[in-house]
Design a binder for this molecule. Structure first.
Ligand code: SIN
Ligand code: FE2
Length: 223
């Protein structure tokens, strides 16, 4: 018997590897709100092309909100408190986004996540992210929460070594991936985006990754 679509049970969190969970469709019901929040951020801090150390441009356009933003420039990758384009602080992380990220982390088994940074990526057809680790954060005890909107993409989920086998995970509009603990330093990437059209975002995919960029406790206050 084929169940009608609306009766399909939610599969619940799926484990990609220990510490890494896929929350299929977790953000879909409120996708319009996610999009509105990103639009508000980009009014203050527009998407821009960053260059990587050495000078080659990244194919993914980026911006940030939060106390810190991830920046790539000709010299290095790092977090900054100000947007290098405007010289102003990055737009604040909206309370709604922070609460959503915290709830997604908790649903994936990482309670108490309080992100201080949110990198927002915009992929257009052909844009990709090579295999990398998120390693510029000071507090690696906190997970990464990644939210996908718009066109589908193939997410590459590897292991702790660059040479480890890679799973190809199709990520759709509203899917959330959370990785932390033993998976925090896993290699991951995104295959070149295929052409297509999405009702909310047209021919684009947006991805938000929430991070804890700075140590939870300043050095002087560390327990
Ligand atoms: C990232 O690794 O920063 C983004 C991953 C994604 O776009 O799904
Ligand atoms: Fe990443």
């Amino acid at each position: 018997m084929t169940l009608p679509l609306f009766d399909t049970p939610d599969p619940g969190p799926q484990t990609l590897s220990p510490g890494a969970m896929l929350l299929r469709g977790w953000a879909r019901a409120q996708a319009a709100q996610w999009v509105a929040q990103v639009v508000a951020v980009t009014a203050q801090a527009p998407f821009r092309t960053m260059v990587r150390p050495g000078g080659a441009p990244l194919s993914v356009a980026m911006t940030n909100c939060g106390a810190f933003g991830w920046v790539s420039d000709a010299r290095r990758y790092h977090y900054t408190a100000t947007d290098p384009v405007s010289g102003q602080p990055w737009p604040a992380l909206p309370a709604w986004l922070r609460a959503q990220a915290q709830a997604a982390a908790a649903a994936a088994g990482h309670p108490g996540f309080v992100p201080d940074a949110c990198l927002i990526n915009r992929y257009v057809p052909g844009a990709k992210l090579s295999l990398h680790r998120d390693e510029d954060e000071a507090d690696l005890s906190a997970p990464i929460v990644s939210v996908s909107l718009g066109l589908s993409a193939t997410f590459l989920w590897g292991g702790l070594r660059r040479s480890d086998p890679v799973q190809r995970v199709p990520l759709q509009h509203g899917d959330v991936v959370v990785w932390g603990g033993p998976a925090r330093m896993a290699y991951h990437g995104v295959n070149p985006l295929k052409d297509g059209h999405h009702d909310l975002l047209g021919s684009a995919r947006w991805n938000l990754t929430f991070r804890m960029a700075r140590a939870r406790y300043p050095a002087a206050d560390r327990p």
